[in-house]
Design a binder for this molecule. Structure first.
Ligand code: NQM
Length: 374
């Protein structure tokens, strides 16, 4: 064990907000290479399992119980590798299978902050690969000269994203090929609509789709909902949450994801008619709690479905027209603009804007008891 406190291991970390998520960021070399030990360390860092994560950095919600692990990449045409780890307040699961587009927004700022990459111009574009699924993103941040002349990450700016207070400097994320991130393909069943059974045996139509995030798209009305309920109202309805879980387990098998009972995917997204000017209204179960807005890649996946004829999303959405369009995906705290380039109804490129911010830099202390060998 290293560091000044004899009973704890000390790890260098930044605490960051990425989009509407928050978590600890590490350079990969500062964490154990062994994944079991790494996961135990991450549980210790975040204070899981505990509903408030009171003995760690987690914020008592899946959106504030995340970890980013970054390193230089040895892949051709990729600058940085990023592993996203989803922890839960009340379980010992550490999942590294699904992507998180929100935490992805903080990767390049993190890499500049710790000196992993050095900006040379006012705008810096970096290619990042997620080791979760192999997804590649081109991320552009602002890096003006700082007070001593060296370029620094610009965090301040006029860009507001719904679900985060205040404004920040825009971080643009461009994706090219997102189809089938964990599921075998964009439409893993080969169909645009499938049927799932409710607990009483009645079937409902859904769209099973993965354009960066595996998502089950359901009509809110099929579950007796308006689709504009608050997350708190939806979470308090235990009959609804058990129905959603019942449907999710069926969808997991159909999507080729196997038994998803202890997985954070597929996300269950209820859709309903949009507000004026928007494409669609959503409420996303991620999967047991309800997202206070919507995940980045979940929004992209829902927007993709809205543009595809015959999906459950298409019939109630206002997806607009043209080969380049912006769809506003409504969610509980506002709306999420997703830019799509289409060839027919195939998405060939997508773009999103996020903000991020370094909240704290320093050392995180992990009890020695979680660290085998110390
Ligand atoms: O879908 C949470 C979030 C996410 C995931 C979730 C995300 C994405 O942080 O890209 O960002 O849906 O579990 O918003």
């Amino acid at each position: 064990c290293t560091g000044p406190r004899s009973s704890q291991t000390v790890l260098p970390a930044l605490f960051m907000r990425g989009g509407t998520s928050r978590g600890a960021f590490f350079h990969a070399s500062d964490l154990p290479a062994d994944s079991d030990l790494r996961d135990r360390v991450l549980l210790g860092v975040m204070g899981s399992p505990h509903p408030l994560q009171v003995d760690g950095l987690g914020g008592g919600h899946p959106l504030t119980s995340k970890v980013g692990i970054v390193s230089e990449s040895d892949a051709d045409d990729v600058d940085l590798d990023f592993t996203f780890a989803q922890l839960q307040p009340e379980s010992t699961e550490v999942q590294t299978r699904a992507n998180c587009g929100n935490m992805l927004a903080a990767v390049v700022p993190f890499a500049v902050e710790i000196g992993l990459i050095t900006p040379v111009e006012d705008l810096m574009t970096v290619t990042v690969r997620t080791l979760n699924t192999g997804l590649v993103a081109e991320i552009t941040i602002r890096t003006p000269p700082g007070p001593d002349g060296d370029r620094v990450v610009e965090f301040e700016g006029d860009t507001a994203i719904d679900g985060v207070n205040g404004t920040g400097s825009p971080i643009s994320i461009l994706f090219r090929d997102t189809a089938g991130s964990i599921a075998p393909s964009l439409l893993p069943t080969g169909r645009r609509r499938d049927e799932l059974s409710l607990p009483d045996g009645i079937t409902i139509e859904v769209t099973l789709i993965d354009n960066g995030q595996p998502v089950v798209i359901l009509r809110a009305s099929d579950l007796g909902l308006e689709g504009t309920e608050t997350p708190e109202t939806l979470e308090a309805d235990t009959r609804l949450t058990s129905t959603i879980e019942h449907l999710r387990l069926q969808a997991g098998e159909l999507m080729g994801l196997g038994d998803v009972s202890d997985k954070s995917y597929p996300k269950m997204t209820l859709v309903s008619a949009p507000s004026s000017g928007a494409a669609l209204t959503t409420r996303s179960f991620i999967p047991q709690t309800v997202h206070r807005s919507i995940g980045v890649l979940a929004a992209l996946t829902v927007a993709t479905a809205a543009c595809m004829d015959d999906t459950v999303a298409a019939e109630i959405s206002q997806p607009g027209t043209g080969s380049e369009r912006t769809l506003h995906i409504d969610h509980p705290s506002g709306s999420f603009p997703v830019e799509l380039r289409l060839d027919g109804d195939t998405v060939t490129r997508s773009g999103l804007t996020r903000t991020a911010r370094t909240l704290m830099a320093g050392s995180v202390f992990v009890p020695r008891s979680v660290w085998t060998g110390c």
